[in-house]
Ligand binder design. Structure first.
Ligand SMILES: Nc1ncnc2c1ncn2[C@@H]1O[C@H](COP(=O)(O)OP(=O)(O)OP(=O)(O)O)[C@@H](O)[C@H]1O
Ligand SMILES: [Mg+2]
Length: 230
């Protein structure tokens, strides 16, 4: 389980995250929903150590990780698919994947499980990342994160700007990671219907605070759609 307690974060003088408290249970898919600019990406950056947490604590499987550098968190089993994907457009698909393996314990060749999850990446392995469609780039970014063989996969709005058929594929893949590979997933989303279809658990963030949470199956009944509608 990932446990976040009273986390606060600031950019300059603005208080962005306010006493954020949430848990992400093992072996489940948890969605974090919230409108534009409420602090979702900032929270994920704190979880990965991309920005230094100002106050509060983050624990993974009982051990604090709040002050660890990003690479240590990756070694402990966390992986991150950033918003906007951030793939390397001039590197090939295969090279992009190998970047994700740039740690000591990770494989130096592409494991079959990555290509089994995303056959399109195998077909396109010698193409440049920049030549892929948006949806294929998103699959590449997820594949890259999976190269470190994570226990907790964190994704920031993977459906943003992607065609519906690939959104469905990504949803199925995330469920597969949880159900067949025992992975834990934390997914940041604004696309309500997609989130509702695949969530085991949910949290809602508004203006830097967690304002609701519960079972994925209760999202409609709990009125979550209205909480994130613009
Ligand atoms: N590097 C930064 N410096 C200053 N302010 C920032 C920085 N990054 C984000 N912010 C501000 O912090 C707030 C939270 O931003 P954040 O990116 O975490 O929101 P978000 O919920 O991920 O939004 P979106 O849904 O648009 O991705 C916003 O008001 C944003 O303008
Ligand atoms: Mg964001």
């Amino acid at each position: 389980m990932l446990e976040v307690e009273n986390l606060n974060q600031y950019y300059g003088g603005s208080h962005i995250l306010r006493d954020v408290k949430l848990t992400v249970p093992d072996g489940k898919l948890t969605v974090l929903l919230g409108r534009n600019g409420v602090g979702k990406t900032t929270l994920l950056r704190c979880l990965m150590g991309v920005v230094q947490t100002k106050s509060g604590s983050i624990a993974w499987r009982g051990a604090p990780i709040t002050r660890l550098p990003t690479y240590s968190r990756v070694e402990k089993g966390l992986a991150y698919v950033p918003q906007g994907r951030d793939i390397f457009p001039r590197l090939t698909v295969e090279e992009n994947l190998l970047v994700g393996a740039a740690s000591k314990k990770a494989p130096k060749k592409i494991p079959d499980r990555i290509y089994d999850l995303f056959p399109v990446l195998k077909d396109m392995r010698t193409r440049r990342g920049g030549d892929l469609s948006g949806g294929q780039q998103q699959q590449l970014a997820i594949g890259r994160a999976l190269m470190s063989d994570p226990q907790l996969l964190i994704l920031d709005e993977p459906t943003e700007g992607i065609q519906p058929s690939i959104i469905q594929d990504i949803g199925r893949t995330l469920r597969q990671l949880v159900e067949e590979m025992g992975m834990t997933v934390l997914l940041v989303e604004q696309y309500y219907d997609f989130a509702k279809d695949i969530a085991d658990r949910y949290w809602v963030m508004s203006r830097g605070e967690i304002v609701a949470g519960g079972e994925g199956a209760n999202m409609d009944a709990d009125g979550v759609r209205a909480l994130i509608a613009v």
